[in-house]
Ligand binder design. Sequence first.
Ligand SMILES: O=C[C@H](O)COP(=O)(O)O
Length: 304
Amino acid sequence: MVQPTSKVLDKESLKNVHINKSNVDAQIKYILDNNRVSSINSNNWVLKAISVIDLTTLAGDDTRSNVFRLCTKAANPIPPNILEKLALKENIRTAAVCVYPNRVKDAYEAIKLMNLTKEINIASVATGFPSGLYPLETRLQEIKFAVNNGATEIDVVLDRSLVLTGQWDALFNEVQQMRKACGDSHLKVILGVGELGSYDNIYKASMISMMAGADFIKTSTGKEAVNATLPIGLVMCRAIRKYYQMTGVRIGLKPAGGIKTTKDAINWLVLVYTELGPEWLTPKLFRIGASSLLDELVENISIA
Ligand SMILES: O=C[C@H](O)COP(=O)(O)O
């Protein structure tokens, strides 16, 4: 669990952040054109992508039975006939399932019933997902409710209005209280990047969230018009890198929203590999939040 580090970083220093959009776009083009991982067996990258998925269902009609199905799929993402041909040393699982607070108990019971040897984390969205526009008191209660029902990770949403009006101290204080409400569960902070107005705001919100104790920063709820794009990912990677340089603490990245194809997933792996290094490509530091990516990845596993 990451402890708040406000004493290490000076919030005033964020005033001088100016990110140039065309530089970011050019850097993304350079990274993809000079893909340093393209020579590596692509099956490894597809399997890596599967292992970092937070397999998500966040629909208004989610029921106990579809959460049970989701958990079964998270535990056995690759069909036995393909698994046999791959001859892996151990079965691959997705890193987590991600559900609404009222479905956490169902996920907990489903996973317990399966008696797995390797853990699948249970992530719950919280804090008035997706808008975050609810009283702080009830947003904190939602976190505690999800934790008490078995969530090991909490994906909170920021109140975007605090970013848009530059209320950085208020934002820091809110995230710090969310951190506290999580107890031992991990805190992932959803920035809602499509609604933050600028790359500068995305960078600053990333920094404030990490300073306040986020274990991960996450791009989107999946409900905004603009979700996880690579240029936004680059801005967030740079914030994570800067934070690591200043504190020695590694914070995770979770792109989510609109990631649907194998190419999308591999591009994110390439970005993180290039910007943060191979040590970030583990479920501890990188996740892909997605509701419909898994089937596409499985279809793209090549078997002899
Ligand atoms: O956190 C995960 C997102 O809500 C999933 O978005 P998606 O349905 O576009 O994959």
